[in-house]
Design a protein around this ligand. Structure first.
Ligand code: SF4
Length: 335
């Protein structure tokens, strides 16, 4: 293997082949991804907590169990005091950043998210990430002024017609505009895609990966499509775990400096797939802190989610010969 990780980056016209790589080619790509991560971040992996605050959603994405047409779902909103109490009771010591995540639920922003961000900024040194969907710029400015710095807004597919076909939020152009607008107003922005979505061709998948490499992002993710029982895509098949790992390695090689998570959904495709993401270049793991009762109704795909806890993180990092970063993502970007 070459010692220059960037020299491993295949030409774009080869990416489709690399997604389905086998044997030596697969091993080579994964090693290159890990090497690129190690060159930029060493053996250190960011450990973030996530609290899922609300599963109300005004959107109707075909691939998501929290879509507004799912009338069978019990909806919840966590309250500020409960979240503060959780934080005051103590978080796993490896956590340096906290992500607050919701469906598209404008009501929860002022009532809960903003007060929690203000509490975190006043009482902790945690970096604050948000994943709240499309919001007005005035609301985003309030959250940024309160201390949040990182915003996750997924694209899911980089094909305009496919985006509309998936009933994803707004239009494709609006989503792209929202990503650029976040970046230009000072947020560090992460986006990402779902690999294996129904009606996604391999050409579309590669074009989406390519688009993600070209956007002005600080982070990027690739998640496998997992069919939700309570969605129009119930029963549709998932991609091979290896193709998701290969996509992650390609994203790492194309943009070695980005934050790239190992996503928990990978574990539904194979016992080792979550750890394999770390062995192919991921540098972020997320511990789920949502209370168990509400967590069961945070239905991004199936009820049977794979929940990453503190022990799982320690085990998987140890196995991959990696260690938790002592530096938060916030300090990494704003030293
Ligand atoms: S993916 Fe997000 S915006 Fe779409 S339905 Fe699910 S929670 Fe709502």
């Amino acid at each position: 293997m070459t010692t220059s990780a960037s020299a491993c980056l295949p030409e774009y016209h080869e990416w489709e082949d690399y997604l389905g790589a086998k044997d030596d080619k697969s091993i080579y790509l994964r090693k290159c991804g890990a090497e690129a991560r190690n060159l930029h971040f060493g053996k250190r992996v960011f450990v973030r907590g996530v609290i899922e605050l609300s599963n109300y959603c005004r959107e109707n994405c075909s691939y998501c169990g929290m879509r507004r047409d799912n009338r069978t779902l019990s909806r919840f909103r966590l309250q500020r005091d409960r979240i503060v109490q959780m934080i005051e009771c103590g978080l796993p010591p490896s956590i340096t950043d906290l992500n607050l995540q919701t469906g598209e639920d404008p009501r929860v922003i002022e009532e809960v998210v903003l007060p929690v961000v203000q509490y975190l900024r006043t009482h902790t040194t945690l970096g604050i990430s948000l994943c709240l969907g499309t919001l007005d710029s005035s609301v985003l400015n309030s959250l940024r002024s309160a201390g949040a710095f990182y915003y996750i807004l997924k694209l899911e597919t980089g094909d305009e017609d496919h985006y509309a076909d998936m009933s994803a939020p707004g239009t494709y152009k609006e989503r792209m505009g929202a990503i650029y607008s976040l970046v230009s107003s000072g947020w560090k922005v992460s986006s990402g895609m779902i690999l294996g979505l129904p009606r996604q061709t391999s050409k579309m998948a590669v074009e989406t990966l390519r688009l993600l490499t070209q956007l002005p992002l600080s982070g990027v993710s690739v998640s496998p499509f997992i069919s939700g029982d309570e969605t129009p895509f119930a029963g549709k098949s998932s991609p091979e775990a290896s193709s998701v790992i290969h996509a992650l390695a390609l994203l790492r090689l194309a943009n070695p400096q980005r934050i790239i998570p190992a996503v928990s959904a990978l574990s539904l495709l194979g016992n080792d797939a979550y750890g394999e993401a770390l062995e192919a270049g991921a540098n972020l793991v997320t511990i789920n802190l949502t209370p168990a009762k509400e967590r069961d109704n945070y239905l991004l795909y199936k009820r049977k989610r794979f929940i990453v806890d503190d022990k799982k993180v320690r085990d998987v990092l140890h196995k991959a010969d990696l260690e938790p970063s002592q530096t938060s993502m916030a300090e990494h970007f704003h030293p």
